[in-house]
Design a protein around this ligand. Structure first.
Ligand SMILES: C[S@@+](CC[C@H](N)C(=O)[O-])C[C@H]1O[C@@H](n2cnc3c(N)ncnc32)[C@H](O)[C@@H]1O
Length: 295
């Protein structure tokens, strides 16, 4: 039984990295007039109330959005789309609500676009449905919310009729099988739609499950795969003792410079000492002794 609830971690440093990059991806994909289909395979609840008891428990947002919020008026272009989206949910300037991946898609996609948001936890799904029905004002894409397995939804619905698609894959990695299921699903999805833009989040943990996942993708010959990693100097005790956070984008809609600018803009604003790194998975070699990629 799944017990993970993202509200406990909402708006932490990993969310800031993830959502600042996602906002740049959505902004860029919306430049071409042709419609787009976005899949959010692990949608969570869409909108997070930071004053809720769960969010307040560890206040992970203090090493996250709280640090960026007061500087939002002077934020660099790298953070602008993200902070504008967060501001839309907090019009009086008090930071109370935080939009997750599904809400960012809802906010930034156009009326001609489509969003398919899947969530497996029934309680989280209830929240998601409510959030998607309300959201912030403005044009919105056609939205389908589904209770179930997001990886299956993705693979089953490709290729998208729009011929342009984005897959946001943000698992909780509660089950070890996530580390094998995710690369399998990505490879199946790319086979059905090679131009798919894949946006994958992963935690960096001592056990190194993320490295197995990246290795699998390298061995399978995935190309055009850009990575952003933010490592904490002193990892906290909570959230599975996450030492860092990574985003992999396959078929990125912009050059490496955008990934660099966002990664550095986030890293340099966090109160906790952190290091940001950007690299192409294409350039990673496999260590013949360990069988794992060398990063
Ligand atoms: C890290 S959270 C998602 C956060 C969300 N993407 C955001 O940015 O706000 C992961 C979510 O995936 C859900 N989940 C876990 N396995 C799933 C699966 N196979 N399909 C769909 N949702 C799943 C969990 O219940 C949890 O709500």
């Amino acid at each position: 039984m799944l017990s993970y609830q993202h509200i406990y971690h909402a708006a932490n440093f990993a969310d800031v990295q993830k959502h600042a990059l996602l906002a740049q991806v959505l902004k860029s994909l919306a430049v071409k007039p042709a419609p787009l289909c976005a899949f959010d395979t692990h949608a969570g609840r869409g909108l997070y109330a930071l004053e809720d008891t769960e969010a307040q428990k560890n206040r992970e947002f203090d090493n996250g959005i709280t640090a960026l919020w007061p500087q939002r008026a002077e934020a660099p272009p790298a953070l602008r789309p993200y902070l504008d989206a967060v501001s839309a949910f907090n019009p009086d300037g008090t930071l109370s609500f935080y939009p997750g991946s599904a809400m960012l898609c809802r906010q930034m996609l156009r009326a001609t676009d489509r969003l398919i948001a899947t969530e497996r936890h029934p309680g989280e799904f209830g929240h998601l449905q409510q959030a998607m029905a309300k959201g912030a004002a403005g044009a919105k894409p056609r939205i389908q919310t589904l209770l179930g397995d997001g990886l299956k939804t993705l693979v089953d619905n490709l290729p998208a009729a729009e011929r342009r698609a984005l897959a946001v894959i943000d698992p909780s990695y509660e089950m070890k099988t996530d580390y094998t299921d995710v690369p399998k699903a990505i490879l199946r999805a790319l086979k059905k739609m090679p131009q798919l833009c894949v946006f994958l989040w992963y935690p960096m943990l001592g056990a190194g499950g993320h490295r197995l996942m990246l290795t699998e993708l390298v061995k399978s010959g995935v190309r055009d795969a850009l990575v952003s990693e933010i490592r904490l100097d002193a990892p906290p005790q909570e959230h599975f003792r996450m030492t860092g956070s990574g985003i992999l984008i396959i078929n990125p809609p912009w050059p490496e410079a955008v990934m660099n600018d966002v990664t550095q803009a986030v890293t340099s604003r966090l109160p906790a000492k952190a290091f940001g790194d950007v690299f192409w998975l294409d350039n990673c070699r496999i260590n013949p002794d360990t069988g794992l990629i060398v990063i």
